[in-house]
Ligand binder design. Structure first.
Ligand code: NI
Length: 171
């Protein structure tokens, strides 16, 4: 099923998510399927469980936007283990729709995570994939990309969101 995306302002987005301890269950398989479905429906390249209201350390990524099945990635309890270089580029978030900002990130990132069966693996990504690893792992620690931009720009986004909330256009 497709879950609605939780928007910025909901506390679930800013709290540390719970570690996953149950692997290889039909419930987890179904949840992962729902996460991919929800991500594709929202036209995102990454989605973290808190963004559909579940405080669990699970992210899914597909930088090909469903074009290439080999790009489908499941990261459970992920940890960033290596970061190299630098890239500056536009970043957005399904939970903060319509806003985009320049964000400085590492260019090459290695993540260590568990798969649906609980097996540990490491994967290294560059450019957009590196950015996705960092962005989605941040989500599981209650951190949004706007924590990486200037306080001035962040406050501007907050003010605009507050207006949208008042106008009933942020739900
Ligand atoms: Ni996001």
């Amino acid at each position: 099923m497709v879950y609605p995306i939780v928007k910025y302002g909901d506390p679930v987005l800013e709290r540390e998510a719970d570690e996953v301890t149950d692997f290889g269950t039909p419930e987890l398989e179904q949840f992962l399927e729902d996460m991919f479905e929800s991500m594709y429906a929202a036209k995102g390249v990454g989605l973290a469980a808190p963004q559909i209201g579940f405080s669990r350390k699970i992210s899914v990524i597909d930088i090909s936007n469903a074009e290439n099945p080999a790009d489908k990635l499941v990261l459970i309890n992920p940890q960033i283990v290596r970061m190299e270089g630098k890239q500056v580029g536009e970043e957005g978030c399904l939970s903060i729709p319509t806003f985009r900002e320049q964000v400085k990130r590492a260019k090459r990132v290695t993540v260590r995570a568990q798969d649906a069966k609980g097996e540990f693996f490491e994967k290294t990504g560059e450019d957009l994939l590196a950015r996705a690893f960092l962005h989605e792992t941040d989500h599981l620690h209650g951190k949004l990309y706007i924590s990486h931009i200037s306080a001035l720009k962040r406050d501007l986004i907050r003010r605009k969101v507050r207006k949208l909330v008042k106008a009933g256009e942020w739900d």
